[in-house]
Design a protein around this ligand. Structure first.
Ligand code: LLP
Length: 437
């Protein structure tokens, strides 16, 4: 097997050149469950949960929290797994709350995000005993303060703050992320205003602050920059409003390797560096170290997943390119169409053959932008009926899947200790019309 393909240690090859994932033959999975198929490695998910949990325990002791950003991959079994691993969760909609509740997740451990919570969203979350609201704006503060007493509660909240970080330049910038639909910016004074506003709300308990600066971050400096700005804000607020934040959630964004040339993020080292800096800086600022939280989504699930497709039509346009069509597409993977996201693909039954044919892998949707990946190399022997694997599809694939062209969404098959089981059933044609009158 080429090193380019072995991007995660759950990917291997058997003696016949067939792709194994989490110790199971992918060709057999494709035969048993059909394609397209999402396959997920439960052991890897648990490994990542404990990597974060151990890193936080080692560096922050009992003053650290890990929240799984469940938008990355949300279905009942996921909440059961992360719950059993002792993680908290971030939920952003009533749909995610409903799913977590149905999975038996302890909702006291849930943080409810969203920049636009309707009154009915707020009521639903309170009725389902969501532990914390991550309040985005002043209007939401007022609504929550008005609704909470209807339930005889004082609601715990943290405030979403915009630190003004552009994660791609790794420095605080004057505009950039300040111009965002999320949160209240420190730079414009709105962060302090909303804190003062929250402290006046008699039905809310302010526990601290939250921020999230971006995704696919591979190095500690951007997290440290974020921690520096947020801790300075905590110190400023203590000085100006006499309020000491108990909790500081620094968001998610831990990067994941999709292609061989990308680095592998060292979770332990990165969290260690953030912790060392934060402890030192809190002393300098003369503030007590708040409980620090992180919200990884992608880093928990991305490399626990792959998608299996069956190859269909092959089309060579002389002088242009070869198209390899698969039986899925933008309905199960919208990320190339949205972000030109890079992926590693492999012909699951031909790992011992040279990938010598340049081609683009496209889906079956009626749209030219329905592309999984352009200009990659696959064996020239690839033909109709072959199984093609697209790696690192555990995050933002099932959760962003659609029914465009009335294509049913694939099943999710989980592998635990080399045994496969269905976590989410394949949608049927009957499901497709189930809501039609
Ligand atoms: N916390 C907050 C408040 C977030 O908005 C996000 C992601 C996360 C945590 C988790 O970030 P992660 O660790 O997964 O990078 N659909 C895009 C990703 C959108 C991320 C939105 N927020 C994609 O497919 O790459």
């Amino acid at each position: 097997m080429k090193d380019e393909i072995r991007i995660c240690n759950n990917i291997s090859e058997n003696e016949n050149g067939e792709l194994m994932f989490a110790g199971v033959n992918t060709l057999e999975l494709a035969k048993k469950y059909g394609t397209p198929l999402y396959v997920m490695d439960e052991n890897r998910i648990r490994e990542k949960c404990s990597a974060f949990r151990d890193a936080i325990a080692e560096n922050f002791g009992d003053k650290g929290r890990i929240l799984y950003a469940s938008k990355a991959c949300s279905f009942k079994r996921m909440y059961e797994i992360v719950g059993s691993e002792g993680l908290l969760i971030d939920v952003v909609s009533v749909g995610e709350i409903y799913t977590a509740v149905r999975a038996g997740f302890n909702m006291e451990n849930a943080f409810f995000h969203s920049n636009n919570k309707t009154d009915s969203d707020i009521r639903y979350a309170i009725e389902n005993k969501v532990g914390h609201f991550v309040v985005d704006n002043a209007e939401e503060l007022d609504a929550l303060n008005r609704i909470a007493p209807e339930y005889g509660i004082k609601q715990k909240i943290i405030l979403r703050i915009t630190p003004g970080i552009d994660p791609h330049t790794f420095e605080a910038v004057a505009t950039g992320k300040v111009d965002s639909k999320f949160g209240s910016a420190i730079e414009t004074g709105q962060a302090e205003e909303i804190t003062a506003h929250a402290l006046r709300m008699e039905n809310l308990i302010l526990e601290g602050f939250h921020c999230h600066v971006g995704s696919e971050l591979f190095e500690a400096p951007v997290f440290i920059d974020t921690a520096r700005i947020m801790l300075e804000f905590v110190a400023d607020i203590k000085r100006s409003l006499g309020y000491s934040a108990d909790f500081l959630d620094l968001g998610g964004g831990f990067g994941v390797k999709y292609i061989a040339s990308q680095p592998t993020l060292d979770i332990k080292k990165t969290i260690g560096e953030i912790a060392d800096f934060s402890k030192k800086y809190c002393k300098e600022l003369g503030i007590e170290m708040p409980i620090v939280g992180f919200e990884p989504g992608r880093a928990i699930v991305a490399d626990s997943g792959l998608t299996l497709y069956s190859v269909g039509t092959l089309k060579t346009i002389p002088g242009y390119k070869t198209y390899v069509s698969v039986d899925g597409g933008m309905t199960d993977n919208i990320r190339y169409a949205l972000y030109k996201a890079e992926y590693t693909l492999a012909a699951a039954g031909r790992l011992n053959e040279k990938p010598d044919m340049k081609c683009s892998v496209v889906g079956k949707c009626c749209e030219s932008g329905d592309i999984i990946q352009e200009n990659i190399l696959l064996p020239s022997s690839i033909s109709r009926g072959d199984i093609l694997a697209c790696f690192t599809t555990g995050a933002y694939h099932y959760s962003m899947a659609s029914n465009y062209n009335r294509i049913p969404r694939p099943a999710v098959v989980m592998i635990a200790d080399k045994k496969d089981y269905v976590a989410v059933k394949r949608e049927t044609l009957a499901d497709i019309t189930s809501l039609d009158i």
